[in-house]
Design a protein around this ligand. Structure first.
Ligand code: GLU
Length: 396
């Protein structure tokens, strides 16, 4: 046997144990299939605005690029951008964050990664509400921590069950993650519930990580930022969903000073800063009046698409919606086809050319569900449902 044959893998055990991101895998597979000439795929898979970045943001970025914004920026982000984020947090979220206490990151995902890396170690636990977005658990795992999952159920509108959460708190819980509006369920958590979760975290010397990236995709209720009232909160937000800027990789975080200092050290040694000229696009997104109209237009459009999708689900004999999403742009639907969600999503993509995300990717509670994104166009949503219904009938 050669040395190469004897070698099992170059990977560390920790990396070997890591699961790929299912949302990314679905999207990568869609792109691979398209690259291979399959041009009729309809994607309700990866969660991504069904719009291009607004022109005024692109133009501001081009201007920044042409005037030479091509050098390193401060690791925390360009001063002007952090000032604009600080003003936004104050005006819209009632969160007081000095520009020095804001870190601009490569998407909200990197902010979460940094926050977990900076605060967690072996023996620590992160409390997640199941179903939860795919990367929280892996981010905790990469920091050496474990995860506790507390189910949220459709009967309760997928809202957090405080009694169950209190019962699940155990020594070592260092972070409670709140994601409202929620990916994948679309639930918007009541202000009081979020407050009680922040208090619960505080009583246990823990942090609340508030992932607010779907803040602007809100159709019912009001957005509440826990950091407006509590200081044990890491707030994460991003430009991706708010301004249709997913590919730009721009997010930000604010939180307790020591946490930010820790995050900054890891950031300095890993990425240095976010692409300079892209940051000036983000600045324009926050400061150009034209953004307001675009944000409103996108929200109105998603609402129409949500109503269309919920209608199509109601008419389906195969799909059942636990509760109508109040925010984000996903329907988390149960199905009555006898297949695990992973297999069903795979077959839908391969056989019907419809991309969805298997519910189990979001935790055990998500099994027998699919996540369907209604950021897609109305035409695509209708076509996807036609094909899914046809396929379900065929395999039933
Ligand atoms: N958050 C989006 C989703 O859940 C983007 C993909 C990802 O970052 O996981 O589809």
């Amino acid at each position: 046997m050669t040395v190469a044959e004897m070698r099992r893998t170059y990977l560390s055990k920790a990396t070997e144990a890591l699961q790929p991101s299912v949302t990314e895998e679905v999207d990568n597979e869609v792109k691979r299939m398209r690259q291979n000439g399959i041009d009729d795929i309809v994607s309700l898979g990866v969660g991504e605005p069904g719009f291009d970045t607004p022109d005024h943001i692109k133009q501001a970025t081009i201007r920044a690029l042409m005037r030479g914004e091509t050098s390193y920026q401060p690791t925390k982000g360009a001063f002007a951008l952090r000032e604009a984020i600080s003003a936004k947090l104050d005006a819209e979220n009632d969160v007081k964050a000095d520009p020095e206490d804001i870190i601009v990151t490569a998407g909200g995902k990197f902010a979460i990664y940094l926050a977990f890396q900076a605060t967690l170690e072996k023996g620590d636990k992160v409390l997640l509400l199941d179903p939860a977005w795919v990367s929280y658990e892996s981010a905790a795992q990469m920091a050496g921590a474990d995860v506790i999952r507390v189910p949220s159920v459709p009967q309760n509108g997928f809202k957090p069950d405080l009694e169950n959460i209190k019962g699940a708190i155990e020594p070592g819980v260092k972070i409670i993650v709140v994601n409202s509006p929620c990916n994948p369920t679309g639930a918007v958590f009541p202000r009081d519930t979020i407050r009680q979760l922040a208090e619960l975290a505080g009583d246990n010397q823990a942090l609340l990580l508030s992932d607010e990236v779907y803040e602007y995709q809100l159709y019912e209720g009001q957005h509440y930022s826990a950091a407006s009232d509590f200081d044990n909160v890491i707030t994460v937000n991003a430009f991706s969903k708010s301004y249709a800027m997913t590919g730009w990789r721009l997010g930000y975080a604010t939180g307790p000073k020591d946490v930010l200092e820790g995050m900054l050290k890891i950031y300095q040694h890993s990425t240095s800063c976010v692409t300079a000229f892209a940051q000036y696009g983000a600045l324009d997104a926050l400061t150009n009046e034209a953004s307001k109209k675009v944000v409103e237009m996108m929200q109105d459009t998603y609402r129409v698409r949500r109503d269309l999708m919920t209608d199509l689900i109601k008419k389906s004999e195969f799909l059942k919606l636990g509760c109508v999403p109040e925010g984000a742009f996903y329907c988390f639907v149960a199905y009555n086809v006898n297949l695990p969600s992973f297999d069903l999503a795979k077959r839908l993509l391969q056989k019907a050319h419809v991309a969805t995300v298997p519910g189990v990717a979001f935790g055990k509670c998500g099994e027998d569900h699919l996540r369907l994104s209604y950021a897609a166009s109305e035409e695509d949503i209708r076509e996807a449902f036609r094909r899914m219904e046809h396929y379900f009938r065929k395999i039933k």
